[in-house]
Design a protein around this ligand. Structure first.
Ligand code: PMT
Length: 399
């Protein structure tokens, strides 16, 4: 993303306060951000806030500001993407009908960049046929529109009109800005832990947060892939636009994986599946009694090994993960052979900055032919892109 430019247009609605978070996220994603505000927007959030977050002077008026006199032409052509957030009924109407009576609306008339409109307003205003017709017209002309969320609105009513979560706007922006080199590719990712029930209130699980698997799903989606994410219980929000399949147990994960296998080009198993489950799950909460309690455990199906055994029925690139606390490469190599994989991503989970729960990871990618590649410590999203690069290369090489 480095070097890509985004122009954020802010208009006068209460949701303008959320734009500060959006600008922060865009900067964090390594984008260059310029902000243009309407006069109305400056009543809700100060230009200084957005100037501080973006690191650039905020443009608020057409005439008399310090930058070049041609900013209204330059801004919309320099940008790789324009985001209007929040977009009021007023700016939507002006853009649909070619009205240019302030800096932002004039800039939009000359703009050539892809534009993402994020409407936010009172539900009656949003549902007004004039606004709906204007949005339909803009959509027909190639503008992208993120539907507002539904719920409690600042004006006290309940309905559609909430600005989508800034993380969802960011995600859509990154989809528009990314190279779509995985278009036409179906990728199945598993993520998170599995939970194996002892009784209705207790279960056996592990430390997986799902961050690595969700990063893989997000990276694949940004690059244009059709993504199926099968996830054990986590606190993460699945990225909009993926086919999300929540599961709890290893058995449920197995069923979901085999249900979604058809047409997959790449399967990546980042989930930490419980190797064992309690032999019996009690129907009622187990009562406290004896001084000690033994749990009889039985083996869970090894989903990855099953995929490896049946690979000729569903040819695809099969990528496993290995979470190890000792003899990382040796143990991972055993798994690549035993499970008939094309590639395995080995994590040293004894590290504090890698593996379970962390935002970063450092991995060793081991190939079926014995090659091995070590990554440096990176954000999980960057590790995800590296794994996808390597899996895609294997897919492109395969007959
Ligand atoms: O979720 P995070 O907090 O971000 O942490 C990421 C991670 C550490 C969970 C992830 O990077 C990782 O290493 N995932 C695999 C963990 C694991 O279960 O490793 P394993 O060595 O036990 O299993 C090897 C492979 O077989 C894995 O791809 C696993 O999904 C698969 N498996 C294991 C057991 C089983 N019954 N079925 C399986 O499919």
């Amino acid at each position: 993303m480095k070097g890509k430019k985004v122009l954020v247009g802010v208009t006068g609605g209460i949701a303008a306060y959320k734009t500060a978070e959006l600008v922060r996220l865009l900067i964090k994603a390594d984008l260059q951000v310029e902000v243009a505000m309407t006069e109305g927007a400056t009543w809700f959030i100060t230009p200084l806030t957005l100037e501080t977050l973006s690191g650039n002077k905020v443009i608020t008026r057409m005439f008399g500001h310090v930058e070049t006199p041609m900013d209204h032409i330059r801004c919309g052509q320099d940008a790789d993407l324009i985001i209007i957030a929040p977009a009021t009924a007023n700016i939507i109407g002006k853009m649909a009908h070619g009205i240019a009576d302030d800096f932002l609306s004039t800039c939009m008339l000359a703009a050539t960049a892809k534009t993402l409109i994020c409407p936010a307003m009172n539900d009656r205003m949003f549902l007004n046929p004039a606004v709906q017709d204007n949005l339909a017209l803009l959509q027909k002309r190639g503008f992208a529109i993120i539907a507002p969320g539904s719920g409690e609105l600042a004006c006290g009513t309940d309905g559609p009109g909430r600005l989508p979560d800034p993380t969802d706007i960011l995600e859509q922006a990154l989809i528009f800005l990314s190279e779509r080199d995985l278009e036409g590719c179906k990728i199945l990712v598993t993520a998170g832990p599995t939970t194996e029930y002892i009784d209705p209130v207790r279960y056996v699980t592990n430390r997986s947060s799902g961050k690595m698997g969700y990063a893989l799903a997000r990276a694949a989606l940004r690059r244009g892939a059709e993504v199926v994410l099968i996830s054990g219980p986590t606190h993460l929000k699945p990225p909009p636009g993926i086919h999300f399949c929540p599961v709890k147990t290893a058995e449920e994960m197995k069923v979901a994986v085999f249900d979604h296998l058809n047409g997959c080009h790449i399967i990546i198993k980042a989930a930490a599946v419980s190797d064992y489950r309690p032999k019996e799950t009690a129907d009622q909460k187990v009562k406290k009694g004896a001084e000690s309690l033994s749990l009889d455990m039985v083996k869970n199906p090894d989903i990855l090994a099953l995929l490896g055994q049946t690979k000729k029925d569903h040819p695809c690139i099969l990528v496993g993960f290995a979470a190890e606390t000792e003899d990382l490469v040796e143990n991972a190599r055993k798994k690549i052979n035993a499970k008939n994989l094309d590639m395995i991503v080995a994590n040293d989970v004894s590290r504090k900055d890698a593996g379970f729960e962390t935002d970063t990871n450092a991995v060793k990618i081991i190939y079926a032919d014995g090659r091995i590649e070590a990554s440096r410590l990176m954000e999980k999203i960057d590790v995800a892109h590296l794994i996808l690069d390597r899996a895609k290369a294997l897919k492109d090489e395969s007959p």
